[in-house]
Design a protein around this ligand. Sequence first.
Ligand SMILES: N[C@@H](CCC(=O)N[C@@H](CS)C(=O)NCC(=O)O)C(=O)O
Length: 215
Amino acid sequence: MKLFSFWRSLATYRVRIALNLKGITPDEVIQVNLIKGEQRDPAYRAINPMMAIPALIEGDGPALFESLAIVEYLDETHPNPPLLPRDPRGRARVRGLSQLVACDSHPLIVPRVREYLEHEFKFDQAAVQQWCRHWHTAAIAALETHLQDKSTGRYCHGDTVTMADICLASQAAGAKFFQVDTAPFANFSRIVDALSQIDAFARAHPLKQPGAPAA
Ligand SMILES: N[C@@H](CCC(=O)N[C@@H](CS)C(=O)NCC(=O)O)C(=O)O
């Protein structure tokens, strides 16, 4: 198994957590340096035409792409511990919370969007930061409202870790990168804190990866 990764990538963080929870160690972790723009190299573009990480190749492939699709693939091929609840409503809620992060919020702050704002619309660094903080805060506010539901427990959905928690952790790491104040969001902060104490989450954290800065 080969994982295409970079320390800072929040989408790859989601896959790293799932791999750790399932007890899977990829044979190879291939660095795609997003700061140098290596995601746009022709060799990587042939693996993921979206020019984004993660990608995962198992055996002869084909390459798997999109973090949530990869997490669900890992869940289906390695069912323990399960990352989705058994009941359809529970599954829909967990997928909904996950997509809020991975499909609504995260795509607005990825390098290609930040670079487009800078180069095409001449946003300066402060404006880009404001853009990122705005979309982060909007998503965390929505998550916080959902987390007031009675189906929230120690974690996003009950007392066992699900795919929603994987996504919540990635949202929290992004919030730190962009200096978003998460203190007003009590449920979000409580669950993020609980997740940070789980080894599979702690080991997967962006700042624990090769090449990451000290803080
Ligand atoms: N929806 C995708 C997002 C993938 C994505 O955009 N990854 C970022 C890093 S977290 C990336 O590689 N961006 C490259 C770029 O924007 O140029 C997923 O969840 O896998």
